[in-house]
Design a protein around this ligand. Structure first.
Ligand SMILES: [Zn+2]
Length: 263
C-alpha cells in the first residue's frame, strides 16, 4: 500500500515567505526524487497504454470507507466534506489560494512527485492541517494529497506561480520513500510499455495482447470497486500467464498469482 503520512509535529518547520525563491518556469525533476536516466526513458514513451480511468476512486478507497460523490469538486468521505483540487499545472499561487476557502478538508490531485518544490509545499502544509497524507496509485502515475482539518489559516503569501525553492529541508525518510515509489512506478511503466511494443511487432502476439489488456482492465475495475469474486475454482482454461503483469490471471475471478497454478 502506498500511503505516506507527513507529520511535522506542527512547529517543526521553520518557514517564512521571505525564504521563497521564485522562478519563471516549471521546476525540473529532482535527483533526490527520481533517477534521471529513468525519467528520460519515461519521457521518451510516445503512446503509453492507459490503464483504468478510475484512479481517484482507487486512491480514495485506500483510506476512506465511505465515498459519496456530491459533485465534480466535492466528495463526502467518511461523513466529512472534502473539496477536490487539481494541481496538474503546478501553479503554487492558485493552489494556495484555493486551500484557504470555506472548506476545511481538501484532496489535492497531482500527476507526479518528481520535483522538489512540490514536496516542500506538501511538507509545509502539514503545519496547517491536522494531517497530510500522500496516497499513490498502484496502477498509474497519479497522486492524492489528503489534507484533513485545516487548523490555522494558510497565511503564506505566494506571489508567483512558479517556485524554485521554498528553502525548507524535507525529512530524508520522506524523500527516500517517495523516490522508492517513483522508481518502482517508472520501472514497471517502462517495462510494460517495452513489452507491449514488442508484442505489437509480432502479429501472432497481437491477439494475446488484446486478451491481456482486456483482462487487466477488467481486473483493475474489479479491484477498484472491490468486486473480485473469490468464489471460483479457477479452471485451467480460464487461466493464462500475463506478460504485462508478470503473473497468472484467472479470467473468471480475476485472481492474480505469481505461482503456477497446479491442477
Ligand atoms: Zn478463478
Amino acid at each position: 500500500m502506498s500511503i505516506l503520512t507527513i507529520s511535522t509535529n506542527n512547529s517543526d518547520i521553520q518557514f517564512e515567505e521571505s525564504y521563497i525563491t521564485y522562478s519563471n518556469s516549471n521546476s525540473r525533476p529532482s535527483k533526490s526524487l527520481i533517477v534521471p536516466e529513468m525519467y528520460t526513458l519515461f519521457k521518451s514513451i510516445k503512446d503509453p497504454l492507459i490503464f483504468s480511468d478510475s484512479l481517484l476512486l482507487e486512491c480514495l478507497n485506500y483510506t476512506f470507507r465511505s465515498i459519496i460523490k456530491i459533485n465534480e469538486n466535492v466528495y463526502l468521505l467518511d461523513q466529512e466534506s472534502y473539496k477536490i483540487l487539481n494541481f496538474t499545472d503546478k501553479k503554487f499561487k492558485i493552489i494556495n489560494e484555493n486551500l484557504n476557502d470555506k472548506y476545511v478538508n481538501y484532496i489535492i490531485i497531482t500527476n507526479d512527485l518528481f520535483t522538489y518544490p512540490k514536496i516542500q509545499y506538501f511538507y509545509i502544509l502539514a503545519n496547517y492541517f491536522e494531517s497530510v497524507d500522500i496516497i499513490m496509485s498502484q496502477i498509474m502515475s497519479y497522486i492524492l494529497v489528503v489534507c484533513k482539518k485545516r487548523v490555522k489559516n494558510l497565511n503564506i503569501e505566494i506571489k508567483n506561480n512558479y517556485i524554485k525553492d521554498f528553502n525548507v529541508k524535507v525529512d530524508e525518510n520522506i524523500l527516500k520513500s517517495i523516490k522508492t515509489n517513483n522508481n518502482t512506478f517508472l520501472e514497471n511503466y517502462i517495462n510494460v510499455n517495452k513489452k507491449i511494443s514488442n508484442m505489437c511487432s509480432s502479429l501472432s502476439n497481437v491477439s494475446n495482447l488484446n486478451r491481456e489488456i482486456y483482462t487487466i482492465n477488467k481486473y483493475y475495475k474489479a479491484f477498484i470497486n472491490k468486486e473480485c469474486n473469490i468464489d471460483c475454482n479457477c479452471k485451467p482454461n480460464f487461466i493464462f500467464y500475463s506478460d504485462i503483469l508478470n503473473c497468472y490471471i484467472c479470467e473468471n475471478c480475476l485472481v492474480l498469482t505469481r505461482l503456477p497454478l497446479i491442477f
